[in-house]
Write a protein of this length. Structure first.
Length: 225
């Protein structure tokens, strides 16, 4: 029964969110479960590091354990040297301990590099075998509920015609670049428009473009009701 539930949820994610977003969503769900299993407390998700209004980095999860703060990077695949370097650099920006979660190391160099930089690692295969059916179901339900509540929290009540033009373009195009071309503006200009939509409470999601696009599709649905 649980295998059918997992397959259904993953298929739903692939069909409606896209393969990349589905993979990322599943990785986030499993990462949070692993953190909680190991005694970490998730404090923030997709934490944006800024200096003087300029975005420097985005950290997947800020977690705490035993009085220490951890900057957690989540990888859906194997951990590379580049991933280790990113986790280390991002953690230094907020004076936190770097921690990376993934499906193993890409090679021996990555494993050694993590040891040299004192980047802590948690590997999915070490934990998946210990998950029972009830735990997997609870993990899916909790994470999917959080995800869809974030998507459904957008409020389109105060939007102008120009705002709807932005939302429609994002909903209809697979990349930010394509949406910008459709609107006849640069990606930077479109980024500012998205920021204005966030200030109005219409856009509430954090993360990549696919997630933003999904919320815009939802807002279009509300508009047609």
């Amino acid at each position: 029964m649980i295998s059918i539930l997992i397959a259904f949820n993953i298929l739903f994610c692939v069909l409606y969110l896209g393969v990349d977003l589905a993979r990322g969503l599943w990785s986030e769900m499993l990462a949070e479960f692993v953190l909680e299993l190991k005694g970490y407390e998730v404090k923030q998700r997709r934490y944006v590091v800024q200096r003087d209004g300029i975005k420097l980095a985005e950290i997947d999860i800020i977690a705490e354990k035993d009085g220490k703060t951890y900057a957690v990077e989540i990888k859906s695949g194997r951990i590379s040297v580049t991933d280790i370097r990113q986790a280390f650099s991002n953690a230094r920006l907020i004076n936190a301990q770097p921690l990376i979660i993934g499906r193993g190391f890409a090679d021996d160099s990555a494993k050694r590099y993590a040891e040299e930089l004192s980047v802590e690692t948690l590997l999915y295969p070490d934990y998946i075998v210990f998950l029972g059916p009830e735990e997997l179901q609870a993990l899916l339900e909790k994470s999917l509920t959080r995800f869809f509540l974030e998507i459904f929290s957008g409020n389109p009540k105060t939007l102008s015609d120009e705002d709807w033009e932005i939302i429609n373009a994002i909903a209809a195009n697979k990349t930010l670049a394509e949406a910008a071309v459709k609107l006849g503006m640069s990606e930077k200009e479109l980024g500012k428009k998205i920021g204005e939509l966030k200030n109005k409470g219409a856009i509430t999601v954090k993360g990549g473009y696919n997630k933003l696009r999904l919320q815009c599709i939802y807002l279009k649905f509300l508009q047609k009701r």
